[in-house]
Design a protein around this ligand. Structure first.
Ligand code: CAP
Ligand code: MG
Length: 411
């Protein structure tokens, strides 16, 4: 039985033609063996040699291990390994992030990054609006966008939700959103909520303040486009999709649907199941790249180590994957959220810069003065950071910020 080697360690990765993946591998095997096990399983091999694999097929479709360094390996996949039908994330993920995670011979394997050639990128359209389009709609060209998540995440009536949104906007916030678990529950039917929130946003606009609220349309694949079209008719200015629970195809279907004329805020709930372990699973970076390809206009990338959700101190390249010019798409607004409060806004902007959306749920609704004061405190913290004034200094002349710093401190 002819054995084929997947090792091409004397060659450089071919980023122009191949899909190139970087994996972090934990194993007792020699790294060459572990690397070959991944390349074989994800392309033309299996756990043992097979009589049905000939040299021509192997040569054309076999994955290639092009580098091994420390616990990192680089595997490139030939373009023919991917569907002729372009723009298909499911089949791409089955190749680059499929069975390999279950290989018994590996203690851990984590997909850290992926690079796609033009032959793949050209099959995707990217965001309709992007960060620039959202800024244009909000008439907010430079400052960080500042938002809230309506809290409690479930339980408010449509009217109470709309009141929260109005108070948040009156306090200066540019964005609000449904929380990730709120869609169309009996206590807050999506139609009633969307209409009530839309009326609140119209009232704010009449008072001179532009604001968006993302209505969560995360539902089954055969219903999500219909639901998104309906909430748009009911006045939604932005929709939200939980991309991990709904699928990349849901974001793509909405982004590529010409009847959807509002930005898509992409939440990543459930990502922690595979991003949190530094030695097993999938880093956020490949997810961020795929969300931009599929057309998300804004995406949660965490707080770069500043907030409540555990994430690496660095941004892991996600800011560049959202905003960089290395792919043929509009940018994605990076959303920093999770345990955010006025006292860490400057820490976030020092890590992420100003082209971000910073949002707080508890950090607004937990303010001693209520939602409007919480919104004012967040807006004031963003203004201070944008002007390079320390929050404590700015708080001397801004009561709501002072009260927030008093309650939660400054990081
Ligand atoms: C934040 C949040 C978001 C997190 C998700 C929450 O609320 O609404 O879903 O940002 O984390 O439910 O926790 P708080 P990530 O502001 O009250 O923490 O953005 O990392 O995906
Ligand atoms: Mg949430």
């Amino acid at each position: 039985m002819k054995e084929y080697s997947y090792l091409h360690l004397d060659e450089k990765a071919d980023y122009d033609e191949y899909v190139v993946c970087k994996y972090r591998v934990t194993t007792d095997l020699p790294m060459e063996k572990a690397a070959e096990a991944i390349a074989a399983e994800q392309s033309t091999g299996t756990w043992t040699g097979i009589s049905t694999l000939d040299g021509d097929v192997f040569g054309r479709l076999g994955a290639r291990v092009v580098s091994i360094g420390g616990d990192m390996i680089t595997v490139e996949y030939p373009p023919e390994d991917f569907s002729i039908e372009t723009g298909s994330v499911p089949q791409i993920l089955s190749v680059i992030a499929g069975n390999l995670f279950g290989l018994g011979s590996l203690k851990g394997v984590r997909l850290e990054d992926v690079s796609f050639p033009d032959s793949i990128l050209s099959g995707f359209k990217g965001p309709k609006f992007g960060a620039e389009g959202i800024r244009k709609a909000l008439k907010r060209p430079e400052k960080p966008l500042v938002g809230t998540i309506v809290k409690p995440k479930i339980g408010l009536s449509p009217e109470k939700t709309a009141e929260y949104v109005y108070e948040a906007g009156a306090g200066g916030l540019t964005n609000s959103k449904d929380d990730e678990t709120l869609v169309d529950q009996a206590f807050c039917p999506i139609e009633d909520r969307t209409i009530a929130v839309s009326e609140a946003l119209d009232r704010l606009e009449e008072e001179g303040h532009m604001m968006m609220h993302a209505i969560n349309v995360s539902t089954r694949g055969d219903k999500i486009t219909e639901l998104a079209e309906k909430v748009q008719e009911w006045g939604a200015r932005e929709i939200m999709v939980d991309v991990i629970t709904c699928g990349f195809g849901a974001v793509q279907a909405l982004a590529e649907d010409p009847s959807i004329k509002v930005p898509i805020h992409v939440h990543r709930t459930m990502h922690g199941a595979f991003t949190k372990d530094p030695f097993h699973g999938i880093a956020m970076l490949p997810i961020t790249r795929l969300v931009r390809m599929c057309g998300g206009d804004a995406l949660h990338i965490g707080t770069l180590g500043a907030g409540k959700m555990s994430s690496g101190a660095g941004d892991g390249g996600n800011l560049g994957a959202c905003l960089g010019g290395d792919v043929p798409y509009k940018s994605v607004m990076p959303v920093c959220s999770g345990g955010v409060y006025p006292g860490i806004v400057a820490d976030i902007t020092s890590r992420a810069g100003m082209n971000v959306q910073i949002q707080a749920g508890g950090g607004v609704a937990g303010h001693p003065g209520g939602v409007r004061c919480g919104a004012m405190a967040m807006s004031q913290a963003v203004d201070a950071a944008f002007e390079g004034i320390p929050a404590e200094k700015y708080a001397e002349t801004h009561k709501e910020l002072a009260e927030a710093l008093e309650k939660w401190g400054v990081k």
